[in-house]
Design a protein around this ligand. Structure first.
Ligand SMILES: Cc1cc2nc3c(=O)[nH]c(=O)nc-3n(C[C@H](O)[C@H](O)[C@H](O)COP(=O)(O)OP(=O)(O)OC[C@H]3O[C@@H](n4cnc5c(N)ncnc54)[C@H](O)[C@@H]3O)c2cc1C
Length: 471
């Protein structure tokens, strides 16, 4: 049931799920399907978390529907519905433009191999060894080698090759050369295995369908309500405080930012001190700024790519990707009828890795000026690919790390939640507070549409075992 306020919630549930991002929703759906009574509580006015959308004039803008691995179809089929799975569509035109190289790829392993051979002189045997190593990366062994060491082992001295294979992962996740090779290898393999994909119908269709399926599974959904804190007794979850009420629960799943979950919701002073210190030290991923552009109805633009990675940087540099004013921008092009078969509109979303600190302390006037400057940079850059673009738009709007933080509660607007140590901390959480599980936006691996949804399903399985007493 869609509840209209905290007062409508039952007194007790088997499980309260905090946060309706892809992870929280998938956990709630799995648990409700298994016959558990579930309350899904979300602080904002709609489900989705980062996977959200908004409408301006005739345009629908997708905030985080740029690309995900083909494996998302399997996840949607397994945990949601066949219809949603069948809406996963390929995005075959991924274009790179930077001072070192320019090409368009399907983003499949074979195509990368061709490009490495034809444009970079890398023999197939060498690239095959690299792709095999990515696929075979051992989960735990892989944490010992950094991404830098991994590339140096496979393509010594070839910074250009490293850029081909790594830069998109940095754009998307903020992962850099110091992150574990395993994280990079798994993310890259997931994407390159069968190419990048999107969702026909857009985020609005997906979320409407998910809400319907959640309600049909018997879950209660409570929007516009922030979970304030966990109630515990003898180190075990007994309930969740929200909207001035304590809702009793045998277990809780938090889809909120991992640090917020442990240090705010579970309260740092109530945690084991060593664990609290570990969580405090978990690094957050970088954030993102975006510029949303709507093409005026009746105007057309040339088909540039599905996604364009445009950079003016001479070489790969993760910190440079986040620099302001931006010199490295990824564009998603939403052409008419590709994503939304019924729409005649064209939208372009520019995304840039961003440092929270570049935005956090600006005054209102400075903030507005920097946003305008960012829009100007984007339009100047896009002009190189679509001459006269500024005159073809009827809507332009920008979002920053502050926007992300405000809407989702992610500390510092971290777009992929926590770096890898966050995954390790999340694994320990149920041993520290029994009955409390975390899902989504952990460790880069358990982030993104696919990782977060799968993380929700995994968390649901653990909660089931806990409730059954088999954990
Ligand atoms: C700009 C941007 C673009 C992206 N593009 C892509 C992409 O193209 N492909 C891809 O795979 N991934 C992309 N991502 C990442 C992806 O969207 C996220 O990793 C994923 O959606 C996160 O899901 P999650 O389950 O961690 O939940 P989140 O999306 O983090 O949602 C958590 C939810 O919990 C709620 N919440 C938090 N605290 C509380 C509380 N105390 N009480 C109640 N509710 C609470 C929040 O309001 C939020 O709705 C992008 C991210 C961003 C920011």
């Amino acid at each position: 049931m869609l509840l209209s306020g905290a007062a409508d919630a039952k007194e007790r549930y088997d499980v309260v799920v905090i946060g309706a991002g892809l992870g929280g929703m998938t956990a709630a759906k799995r648990l409700a399907d298994a016959g558990r009574s579930v309350l899904l509580v979300e602080s904002s006015s709609r489900i989705g978390g980062y996977a959200t959308w908004f409408k301006r004039k005739s345009h629908i803008f997708d905030v985080a529907l740029h690309a995900f691995p083909a494996g998302m179809a399997k996840t949607l089929r397994k945990y949601w519905s066949r219809d949603l799975a069948e809406r996963v569509i390929p995005l075959p035109r991924i274009r790179f433009e930077n001072p070192e190289f320019a090409f368009t790829t399907t983003f499949e392993t074979n195509d990368f191999q061709r490009i490495l051979r034809e444009k970079f002189g890398i023999p197939d045997a060498q690239s095959e060894a690299f792709f095999q190593a990515c696929r075979a990366m051992d989960y735990y062994e892989g944490t010992k080698e950094t991404t830098r060491e991994f590339f140096e082992r496979h393509f010594p001295g070839r910074l250009d090759v490293m850029r081909v294979l790594l830069e998109t992962v940095t754009y998307a996740t903020g992962a850099n050369l110091d992150d574990p090779a395993m994280v990079y290898a798994i993310v890259f393999s997931n994407f390159a295995q069968k190419g990048t994909c999107s969702f026909r119908g857009g985020t609005d269709f997906l979320l409407a369908a998910m809400q319907k399926l959640l309600l049909a599974s018997g879950a209660d959904i409570l929007l516009r309500t922030k979970a304030e804190r966990m109630e515990t007794a003898d180190g075990r979850v007994t309930g969740v405080v929200l909207g001035g009420r304590t809702i009793a629960a045998k277990a809780a799943v938090s889809n909120a930012n991992l640090k917020a979950t442990c240090l705010d919701l579970a309260r740092a002073d109530a945690l084991d001190a060593a664990f609290a210190a570990e969580v405090r030290d978990v690094p957050l991923s970088v954030s993102v700024s975006q510029v949303y552009m709507g093409v005026r109805p009746g105007e057309t633009i040339p088909e540039v790519a599905d996604i364009l990675f445009s950079s003016r940087e001479e070489t790969y540099s993760a910190p440079a990707l986040c620099a302001f004013p931006p010199r490295s921008i990824s564009y998603s092009f939403y052409y008419p009828r590709h994503l939304r078969p019924d729409s005649a509109g064209t939208e372009i979303v520019a995304s840039m890795c961003a440092n929270y600190d570049d935005w956090a302390t600006l005054s209102d006037a400075e903030y507005a000026a920097q946003k305008a400057r960012m829009v100007e940079c984007v339009l100047q850059d896009l002009e190189r690919y679509i001459p006269g673009i500024a005159d073809k738009l009827d809507h332009v709007e920008a979002a920053t790390p502050r926007t992300l933080e405000r809407y989702t509660g992610h500390w510092r607007g971290a777009s992929f939640g926590t770096k890898f140590p966050g995954y390790l901390a999340a694994e320990k959480l149920p041993a520290v507070v029994r009955g409390l599980y975390h899902c989504g936006s952990q460790g880069i691996l358990m982030s993104g549409w696919l990782g977060s949804a799968n993380c929700g399903a995994i968390a649901a399985g653990k909660v089931e075992a806990f409730l059954d007493g088999t954990a």
